[in-house]
Design a protein around this ligand. Structure first.
Ligand code: ADP
Length: 199
């Protein structure tokens, strides 16, 4: 079950790793401000400078305090599709995983692969940092213009693939939260989570 209040939808993924051990990962959709979530990690839809911006990035930097930008200066930026980790400073979350989504240019410039790799690389960082719970915003769907329906399909599909892979490399992940800011986005995520086929 989710540790958060008012989940709109949930799906359990059952994974058997190479050693034959069972893992259960719960995927949850909520509508919330991601900066309020008391999870091990929240994900930031950052820009490649990692020095702050608008939207969810601005909200995370404001809530974490100025130590976050000072720390991010030491990370030397981040290419699109990749992810880097920092402490959460004043946030309730212990860590922030900063990932850089693609700007939407119509879909034929590698946007789907780059968006999927944001989710995959963020989940990969949970393995090295013993993270059991993580929340994602709807990466690239704000200022970067990625259409929400297509982005949601990639977000959920890539997370399912990635938690299965991560379980093979010793991930302790138990809960992945899709944190939507608007009721409209939450409704789209809810519907997709209820209907998506496991791959
Ligand atoms: P991008 O540049 O990757 O498009 P944005 O921050 O503009 O990033 O938007 C990404 C998503 O984050 C949008 O769905 C937006 O509504 C959402 N968002 C903005 N503020 C918050 C917040 N405080 N908590 C969760 N999601 C947020």
């Amino acid at each position: 079950m989710s540790s958060l209040k008012h989940p709109l939808a949930q799906k359990q993924i059952d994974i058997t790793d190479n050693q034959g051990d069972e893992h259960v990962v719960t995927l949850t959709v909520i509508q919330a401000d991601i900066t309020t979530l008391p999870l091990d990690a929240i994900v930031n839809a950052a820009n490649s400078s990692l020095l702050g911006g608008g939207g969810v990035d601005g909200a995370i930097h404001r809530a974490a305090g100025k130590e976050l930008v000072e720390y991010c200066r030491t990370l030397d930026g981040c290419p699109t599709g990749d992810a880097k980790i920092s402490p959460g400073f004043k946030l309730p979350a212990q860590y922030v995983i900063h990932t850089v989504g693609p700007v939407w240019h119509g879909g034929s410039q590698g946007e789907p692969e780059l968006l999927a790799s944001c989710y995959r690389n963020s989940i990969q960082l949970t393995v090295d940092n013993d993270i059991t719970s993580i929340a994602f915003p709807a990466i690239s769907t704000g200022v970067y213009g990625y259409p929400i329906e297509q982005a949601t399909e990639i977000a959920i599909g890539s997370v399912i693939d990635s938690v299965k892979q991560a379980a093979q490399s010793g991930s302790a992940i138990e809960e992945v939260v899709f944190c939507c800011f608007s009721a409209g986005d939450a409704a789209i995520y809810q519907k997709k989570l209820e209907t998506i086929k496991e791959r």
